[in-house]
Design a protein around this ligand. Structure first.
Ligand code: FAD
Length: 390
């Protein structure tokens, strides 16, 4: 029986550079050997996959997310390809990579001093430290720029108080904290070590999506941050966390592509091997229509996300373009995941069969990095010139 690769089918590989193709192949091979066979034990236990993350270290994979001299040199598409391949096995694993690289390491690279890069970025890049990026608070999700975690200047540093919610890797080694300076009322950025007195993180329990990601509720109680841990080049919310989100939102839809491709692969394999009524499921017209819909949705989304990544590399992607692609592609991922789950029948709810994970994980892709609504309204503001949400 034919097993069409959705990338080969429209010659989508031809749109990638030799370096992107090479990195994709290497990550695909790593994921097949180290991630796919092991990840679901961690998914079921909702545990951080330490063994798998340790296996990533020798690959120097995170060097691909940084420019020289700290990394190999990077591009939006190369970063996206890595996340897409990771998400074919597990969107939670891809999200772990995204948090550490698109949020934490990118912030250090963009806003950090040389001393901060030497001290922290060299370690977070080599996974000696694991860390997170704290913007969202209990009272401020979509309305993140109104955040109330705050710092007060004191001799030699700052005193930090407040809370953060949903922070991936918030219980590991370091955290970028976005907090309001009480003297200027501006949002500023700080590198906080989780071992400092006054830092308390609790993993949020009962989370039925992105199971391996350790999302935390964090409280800061009179934490002393030395002056050298302030990100001096951050000036406010716009020239701070918003710049990071403009960057990560271009790349996050690649995780959604990986989920769509994973759903396609699992549902194609299932329907071409399981028989009912004496025939393979794939021989029924209803199933074929679903497979083609998944295939085409993946391909259309791929073209959109790749185009956005190339435009962003040329500095031509606007905030509205970035938001509309993120919103549309993650919405389509929900549809694809639902179709795939239907096609596997009862076995579609077993984690090893991927599609149920895709269904729940798609809910987070649709929600984090700005919800579907907020991203739609950002794009809506750009195309109409009328702001509808703030
Ligand atoms: P709310 O803002 O309360 O929104 C609830 C609903 O109301 C949504 O449907 C929303 O679209 C809608 N809504 C809100 N305002 C409007 C409006 N003006 N018009 C129309 N509709 C509106 N944050 C971090 O800082 N770091 C992380 O590492 C991180 N990781 C995450 C991981 C997971 C698993 C999740 C679930 C979230 C994570 N987040 C993280 C937070 C994430 O970015 C927020 O959940 C998201 O921005 C939405 O905020 P909220 O959950 O408070 O929802």
């Amino acid at each position: 029986k034919a097993q069409i690769d959705p990338m080969e089918y429209l010659s989508l590989y031809d749109l990638l550079t030799p370096e992107e193709l090479e990195v994709r192949k290497a990550v695909e091979a790593f994921v097949a050997k180290e991630v796919t066979p092991k990840i679901n034990d961690y998914v079921e236990a909702a545990q951080f996959p330490t063994e798998i993350v340790n296996a990533v270290k020798p690959l120097k994979l995170f060097h691909h997310f940084l420019n020289k001299p700290y990394g190999h040199g990077t591009s939006y598409t190369k970063q996206g390809i890595i996340l897409m391949e990771a998400a074919r096995a597990d969107a939670g694993f891809a999200t772990f990579i995204a948090v550490q690289n698109l949020l934490l390491n990118y912030t250090l690279e963009k806003f950090g001093s040389e001393a901060q890069k030497q001290k922290y970025l060299t370690k977070t890049r080599d996974i000696e430290y694991i860390g997170g990026w704290g913007l969202t608070e209990k009272g401020y999700g979509s309305d993140a720029s109104s955040l109330t975690s705050n710092v007060k200047k004191v001799q030699g540093g700052y005193i930090l108080n407040g809370d953060k919610r949903w922070i991936g890797n918030g219980n590991k080694d370091v955290l970028i904290v976005w907090a309001r300076n009480l003297d200027t009322n501006k949002v500023e950025g700080f590198i906080v070590e989780t071992k400092w007195p006054g830092y308390h993180a609790e993993v949020i329990q009962g989370k039925l999506a992105l199971r391996i990601v350790q999302n935390c509720q964090i409280t800061f109680t009179n934490i002393f941050i030395p002056d050298e841990n302030k990100l001096e080049s951050v000036t406010d919310f716009q020239n701070g966390p918003n710049q990071v989100l403009m960057h990560s939102r271009v790349i996050v839809p690649w995780i959604a592509l990986g989920v769509m491709r994973g759903v396609y692969e699992h549902s194609l394999k299932w329907t071409t091997t399981r028989k009912q009524f004496g025939k393979y499921l794939a021989s029924f017209q209803l199933q074929q229509e679903r497979l083609v819909r998944i295939l085409s949705t993946f391909q259309a989304s791929f073209l959109m996300v790749l185009r956005l990544s190339r435009l962003a590399a040329e500095g031509k992607a606007t905030i509205g373009m970035i938001s509309s692609v993120k919103a549309w592609v993650t919405d389509k991922t929900r549809e694809v995941a639902r179709l795939g789950r239907e096609m596997l029948g009862g076995d579609g709810i077993i984690s090893d069969n991927y599609v149920i994970k895709a269904l729940t994980d798609a809910e987070v892709l649709y929600t984090y990095e700005g919800t579907y609504d907020i991203n739609s309204l950002v794009a809506g503001r750009e195309i109409t010139g009328i702001g509808a949400f703030k």
